[in-house]
Design a binder for this molecule. Sequence first.
Ligand SMILES: NC(=O)c1ccc[n+]([C@@H]2O[C@H](COP(=O)([O-])OP(=O)(O)OC[C@H]3O[C@@H](n4cnc5c(N)ncnc54)[C@H](O)[C@@H]3O)[C@@H](O)[C@H]2O)c1
Ligand SMILES: O=C(O)C1=N[C@H](C(=O)O)CCC1
Length: 250
Amino acid sequence: MSKLRVAVLGAQGRIGSEAVRAVEAAEDLELVAGLGRGDKLETLVDAGAEVVVELTNPGAVMGNLDFCVRHGIHAVVGTTGWTDERLAQLRTSLAASPQVGVLIAPNFSIGAVLTMHFAQQAARFFESAEVVELHHPNKADAPSGTAARTAQLIAAARAEAGCAPQPDATTTALDGARGADVDGIPVHSVRLRGLLAHQEVLFGGEGETLTIRHDSLHHSSFMPGILLGVRRVVSAPGLTMGLENFLDLG
Ligand SMILES: NC(=O)c1ccc[n+]([C@@H]2O[C@H](COP(=O)([O-])OP(=O)(O)OC[C@H]3O[C@@H](n4cnc5c(N)ncnc54)[C@H](O)[C@@H]3O)[C@@H](O)[C@H]2O)c1
Ligand SMILES: O=C(O)C1=N[C@H](C(=O)O)CCC1
């Protein structure tokens, strides 16, 4: 059986370099290119890449994806910083190349995907919900893509269940003291040396709290999700939002 031809963008980065090793070690995949800042995207075409793993930064991802989609190359995207406008732009370019699949995964680690799933399930049972994400200080964006997605899922689950807006009697606060507001959910970002990627989802109700916590302790935690995404995206045309779509979560 022929191997799936994979390229990594951001190949010298923290997660990209780990992804290069993971693809090289997978028997059914062949690493055909590993590109960094300043490398020509045409290399992807010359190398015959079928799937690109995009792990660069929010400033580069849109141009890279536009190139991939126009050239019929599927993409697995870990880069964060997604907005509704960016998603709309990507959907437009995908509409012109309907055979291409793009997976955007705010988090590739199975534990983080489960955290989001559990948070979505818990949301309607608790009056209060807040998200605290904690990352290494080299991270470019805040809040994390995972925290933003978690808050959106909680808000959507609450809206679907007809839950009342969450209580908050704060009338005076220092800027930022109550965190960023993502769809009505406060999201707090910590940047600390020694950390990698961590998240707590805090729920509060009558006389009880529930905390769901996840810790990525090494970049290896993201690799099974990246490899799963690579293998599945080739048969999933259009935009897939979240790795959970490729997992049987019930
Ligand atoms: N989804 C996930 O599970 C997950 C996990 C970890 C990191 N991330 C995200 O992945 C991205 C990268 O994170 P990181 O910690 O590895 O950052 P990093 O800064 O270590 O690596 C990014 C790399 O991309 C390179 N780069 C920049 N522009 C480029 C371009 N146009 N083409 C090719 N390469 C380019 C940089 O030179 C750098 O080597 C961030 O957005 C981060 O939030 C996602
Ligand atoms: O290290 C990072 O940067 C990470 N980014 C993702 C996010 O923003 O959620 C996933 C976790 C690691």
